[in-house]
Ligand binder design. Structure first.
Ligand SMILES: [Zn+2]
Ligand SMILES: [Zn+2]
Length: 119
């Protein structure tokens, strides 16, 4: 799903030590948005996307933390209200809704089996 609220996103600090089964938060974003972001999602920034940033928004239309691909420089900015690019996809940072979900893990195992059978 494409993100509906574009303004007033803030980067939540102190989350870099948190990890998920995807290997990195950028991989997490790629797995669940089914897109491979090449550039930063921050409006006006065209640097390479290297991090999955934990972002929050106080708008009532946004529920929970989201993972947004960003460059090293935007990832390092704290207390900044970011505006995101229109085509940014909405990926939850909640592991229970994504990679720690039994249904998702089942689906991954099935995809692996299909690949194995094709070889
Ligand atoms: Zn993950
Ligand atoms: Zn950037």
């Amino acid at each position: 799903m494409t993100i509906s609220v574009l303004t007033n996103w803030t980067h939540k600090s102190g989350t870099s030590e948190r990890e998920c089964d995807c290997g990195s938060w950028l991989n997490h974003y790629i797995n669940f948005s089914r897109t491979e972001p090449l550039i930063c999602s921050v409006e006006g920034c065209n640097k390479k996307a290297e991090h999955g940033m934990h972002m929050i928004n106080s708008d009532s239309g946004v529920s929970g933390e989201k993972i947004i691909p960003g460059c090293i420089s935007c990832h390092g900015k704290k207390n900044t209200a970011f505006i995101l690019k229109k085509e940014t996809k909405d990926v939850s940072a909640n592991k229970l809704k994504t990679c720690n979900n039994n249904l998702y893990q089942e689906q991954l195992r099935n995809e692996m089996k299909i690949k194995m059978n094709k070889q």
